[in-house]
Design a protein around this ligand. Sequence first.
Ligand SMILES: [Zn+2]
Length: 116
Amino acid sequence: MHICTVCERVFNDDELENAIQISGSYGRSRTPIAFRFSDGIHYLRKIGVKKPKQSPMPTTEPKEDSELLKETVNALAALPIPPVAELEVKPQVKPEINEEESIRAMQFAWGIRRSK
Ligand SMILES: [Zn+2]
């Protein structure tokens, strides 16, 4: 089963056989794939039998296929809920660094360099 990320229409596999794949490929990430149907283009994403709750796209999309990315952005723009919301939830993890110690180490390193 597939779902259109734009209009949320669910397509069965046999319906896909009559459609023409325009872009994208399965195997990497959950990027929607553009299919041309008799009534227009739909951006399909593979789904299980259970219909998921409009899960946002992964924000760490590899920037290798700009053409596909553009279409993905277009598809996402049509979504009612912007996937950017996921970004805001991400906690900023700061590595714990002993500042005094690192400064001393730096000064030590600089001292050696300068003495040469
Ligand atoms: Zn659609």
